[in-house]
Ligand binder design. Structure first.
Ligand code: NAG
Ligand code: NAG
Ligand code: NAG
Ligand code: ZN
Length: 445
């Protein structure tokens, strides 16, 4: 009798302890699984070869690449911020930020980046003997300013190599960087429990790995931001957060984003990618994501997450093969997704051209060109010229302001009324200043 009660007490206590730990530690993280397939590091990159291959490319193509090791992970690995363009060509280019390797177990996107980078740089090998060796490469560097965060989460990769836990998604400290951004940070579409897969970290932007995103967003007016992932074949348009889902919020540039997503979706020779608003495509929400931040806070006109690859019939819980193709298929698979980039660039090229053909662009182009000088590359990578960036960001307001003043300018010229012109010039300076202080809000982030 007595021992029966003790027995029950133990069970009761045990249950309480288990519940307590579930509540406070969280048991959601997918632990290491029995992998039915592991990467062959003579085909897939590992952290060491990511560093050596990138270093080789950067050194070989110094005329077209500026690289920075300023941004580092918590454990001190460089994230490799690189910028690829024809810096001697002074013209307004399409500015795109491409980010790879946010989630540790998704190896595939980084492989796709290497394919893309090698494709571009190979075409620059002997640019001129009458004409460029590859017109695609030359078209890209002359018309685009590509910023690439090559490996957002190197600590996570290092963790996987050390532990062979191919299910690991977070940083070395187990934080899901894609819940750590300051857009509805902390919502139910993320976890506050260390140990959960979607652990968001102690506060928005608590992790050093997100600094590069903030700094770039504050100093460069990107036309587009893309975050690359794998595990499914989807093209995601913001928003993904819980509030936006409740409010049916659409991003500012929704229509154009759908057009771009559609064009990229159809680039596949296999079958189209599915695309749409994140909160309509998936049955959970995600709070504090990079694409929401870029669309909602930084107001980048195009902000997308590209889920590049999926296993067609995945069963069981092995992870490497759920997120990545087998080593022997890797080369074919990266070639198959390459057209995504071609469509991305071709759409944005046309979009930007149209945008520049507005009256306001006549005022803006000249100033913007100045930011593209290689001599001040440190300036361009990390800070910028606020006034030109503000003009360039061309919100609807500034468009209206610019159209108004260009009309006034025409009237001034026609009437030759110098006094009126001088008066207006003063006003314009004031209005630009006020715009620039609006913008500087972001700079203090
Ligand atoms: C990384 O990959 C290279 C081949 O590219 C290989 O020689 C090296 O041993 C690998 N390192 C680790 C730690 O697996
Ligand atoms: C880069 O720009 C310069 C200046 O416009 C031009 O002469 C050169 O051909 C361009 N390089 C390539 C690879 O197109
Ligand atoms: C790079 O890719 C483009 C677009 O698919 C292609 O036209 C070009 O020939 C490729 N360049 C090289 C050097 O393979
Ligand atoms: Zn991912």
């Amino acid at each position: 009798m007595n021992s029966d009660i003790k027995y029950l007490q133990v069970i009761f206590l045990g249950t309480v302890i288990v519940l307590f730990f579930q509540e406070n530690v969280g048991l959601d993280q997918v632990g290491a699984q029995k992998e039915i397939y592991e990467p062959d590091y003579s085909v897939y990159h590992n952290l060491t070869s990511i560093v050596s291959d990138l270093t080789e490319i950067i050194n070989k193509y110094r005329n077209f690449i500026i690289a920075s090791h300023e941004f580092k992970s918590k454990n001190g690995h460089t994230q490799f911020l690189i910028r690829l363009s024809n810096f001697t060509r002074e013209r307004t280019k399409v500015k795109i930020l491409l980010a790879y390797g946010e989630h540790a177990r998704e190896f595939f996107p980084i492989e796709s980046m290497f394919y893309f980078l090698k494709n571009l740089t190979k075409g620059l090998d002997k640019p001129f003997e009458g004409r460029p060796s590859n017109t695609f490469s030359s078209w890209v560097v002359n018309n685009f300013d590509l910023y690439i965060i090559a490996i957002t989460n190197p600590d996570g990769r290092s963790y996987i190599e050390r532990t062979k836990n191919y299910c690991w998604r977070g940083t070395g400290a187990g934080i899901d960087l894609n819940r750590n951004f300051d857009w509805n940070y902390g919502g139910i579409g993320s976890s506050k429990y260390r140990g959960d897969e979607e652990y968001r970290g102690p506060k928005a932007f608590s992790e050093p790995e997100t600094l590069v995103f903030r700094r770039l967003a504050a100093s460069v007016s990107f036309d587009a931001f893309l975050s690359f992932h794998s595990g499914i074949r989807h093209i995601y348009i913001p928003f993904s957060d819980t509030k936006s889902k409740q409010q049916h919020r659409l991003p500012k540039n929704n229509d154009d984003m759908f057009k771009l997503a559609k064009q990229m979706s159809n680039s596949s020779t296999l079958r189209p990618f599915k695309y749409g608003l994140v909160y309509q495509m998936i049955d959970y929400t995600a709070d504090g994501t990079s694409i929401d931040y870029m669309a909602g806070v930084a107001e980048v006109p195009f902000s997308l997450a590209i889920e590049m690859w999926e296993h067609e019939h995945h069963t069981g819980r092995s992870c490497f093969d759920e997120f990545n193709p087998k080593s022997e298929h890797l080369q074919d698979e990266v070639a198959l997704v390459h057209p995504l980039y071609v469509e991305l660039l071709s759409y944005l090229f046309t979009w930007k051209k149209k945008k520049l053909m507005t009256v306001s662009s006549l005022l803006r182009v000249k100033k913007d060109d100045r930011t593209l000088n290689q001599s001040d590359h440190h300036d361009v990578l990390y800070s910028s010229h606020p006034s030109s960036e503000v003009m360039y960001s061309a919100s609807f307001e500034s468009l209206v302001v610019c159209i108004f003043f260009s009309l006034v300018a025409v009237v001034c010229v026609v009437l030759g009324a110098r006094q009126i012109c001088q008066l207006m010039r003063k006003k314009r300076i004031i209005s630009l200043k006020s715009l620039s202080s609006t913008f500087s809000l972001y700079k203090s982030l």
